[in-house]
Design a protein around this ligand. Structure first.
Ligand code: XLS
Ligand code: NI
Ligand code: NI
Length: 441
């Protein structure tokens, strides 16, 4: 039985290949910095976008043609597992991610839902063993069902809070059972629409307590995966509590959680926050909390989370610069939290989309590696900040000065000679590297 009959195993054929179902730049076995691309990039497939959702939008019904949709309920869920592992194998991806509700239908009670999850998890465990595919992370969907209308771990109703906790408890048990490398908390409806009916302090305190209970339960389970918070500024709520990396970091510090969590940075969430992808990655990296990446891209002309497959080479280059500077992603990976456009409804489009994303990150990886090898950005910064290497600058960075000494230095300085920032030259240099690296055979 095969679910993707028209597709064979995707191979690397190089930049000159005209085969749409071949990698042009992602060569899994190619060594970059002493590691294979496959080992380093740790690509993951998002179960929800690829196997569960139907490409509906607020104005129209689903368009996706998915062969497993001839079934319903648990039969459909099982067919999805079969299809997904065929997909991972043909694409050559070693990781995947899911929400509880992506893999199994919900029952009338949580007890029934958990039973459905258990059946699918047992099936997945066998497939994982046979294929070597691993779970990058799982998570609980505490936002789709109407019971979460006012939030989950920041809900106005304590019963909903308990329900959300029970789902995360189960999620951690599943993570342990499948050997997940991480467990993700994206704040779904953790946030609010209006202060007119919201106790912001109570909601945030409850959220802090919720995370502490999760940490405690993971310890009890002996689950050693990395906990990740995925910041997002808005959508679905107007004010999401984990707005961006910097505010999520402040939250962690505020509630004494900083040792237990890192961040899962998503490109499109960065742009929604009014930041670049690389800004979010840089803040997380330089504060020691860059854990994993939801690799997608947004549409700068639209104000919502379009979750497009990443194809912008400039962006993947600057993102991979941060990943390399981070020393890689550790337990994290590059999860394609991305969906094909509503007009790309055929099963083959799922392959074209992932191939495009993997090739784009492979290019970014190679270009960023080369630029780091040549110290491009390092030299720019060293020159730009050189006044901090001696004299008064050295005093400042070594904490050896005060306002009186700074004033004494400044009083008779006269005009300070400024240096150009050379932005256009820098951008042209990046273009040069992009074109050179992609032209290499
Ligand atoms: C939604 C989020 C979601 C998380 C997992 O915007 O990106 O898909 O990655 O809950
Ligand atoms: Ni995401
Ligand atoms: Ni998203």
């Amino acid at each position: 039985m095969t679910w993707f009959e028209s597709v064979n195993k995707i191979k690397y054929e190089g930049a000159q290949s005209k085969n749409p179902l071949a990698f042009k730049f992602y060569n899994p076995n190619e060594l970059v910095n002493g590691q294979t691309m496959e080992e380093y990039l740790r690509f993951g497939v998002a179960y929800w976008h690829t196997f569960t959702q139907d490409l509906s939008d607020p104005f129209g019904a689903g368009t996706a043609i998915r062969p497993w949709d001839k079934f319903t309920g648990m039969d459909q869920a099982k067919a999805r597992v079969e299809a997904s592992f065929e997909f991972f194998d043909k694409l050559g991806v070693k990781y995947f991610c899911f929400h509880d509700v992506d893999i199994a239908p919900e029952g009338d009670t949580l007890r029934e839902s958990n039973k459905n999850v258990d059946t699918i998890v047992a099936m997945m465990k066998d497939y994982m063993k046979d294929s070597g595919v691993k779970l990058l992370w799982n998570t609980a969907n505490n936002f789709t069902h109407p019971r979460f209308v006012h939030g989950a771990a920041s809900a106005s109703d304590a019963n909903v809070y308990a329900y959300a906790a029970a789902k995360v408890k189960k999620g951690l048990e599943v993570a342990k059972e499948l050997g997940a490398e991480n467990y993700v908390f994206w704040g779904g409806r953790e946030g609010y629409e209006t202060l007119l009916n919201t106790d912001l302090k109570l909601e945030q305190d409850n959220l802090g307590r919720f995370f502490h209970m999760a940490v405690d339960y993971a310890k009890e389970l002996d689950f050693d995966g990395q906990f990740l918070i995925e910041p997002k500024p808005k959508e679905p709520t107007t004010h999401q509590y984990d707005y961006d990396s910097q505010s999520a970091h402040a939250f962690l510090l505020n509630y004494g959680l900083e040792k237990h969590f890192k961040l899962n940075i998503e490109a499109n969430h960065a742009t929604l926050a009014g930041h670049t992808f690389e800004h979010e990655l840089r803040y997380a990296r330089t504060n020691g909390i860059l854990g994993s990446v939801d690799a997608n891209q947004g549409d700068p002309l639209l104000g919502w989370d379009t979750d497009e497959f990443p194809t912008d080479l400039y962006s993947t280059t600057l993102a991979m610069y941060e990943v390399i500077k981070n020393g890689g992603l550790g337990k994290g990976g590059l999860n394609f939290d991305a969906k094909v456009r509503r007009g790309s409804f055929e099963p083959e489009d799922l392959f074209y989309a992932h191939v495009a994303g993997m090739d784009s990150f492979a290019v970014g990886y190679k270009v960023a590696s080369k630029m780091i090898e040549d110290n491009v950005f390092e030299d720019i910064l060293a020159d730009r900040y050189s006044t901090y290497n001696e004299g008064i600058g050295l005093d400042i960075v070594s904490g050896n000065t005060d306002f009186k000494k700074l004033e004494a230095h400044a009083l008779d300085l006269g005009e300070i000679k400024q240096k150009s920032g050379r932005l256009e030259l820098i951008k042209a240099t990046i273009n040069q590297y992009l074109l050179q690296v992609t032209a290499e055979k």
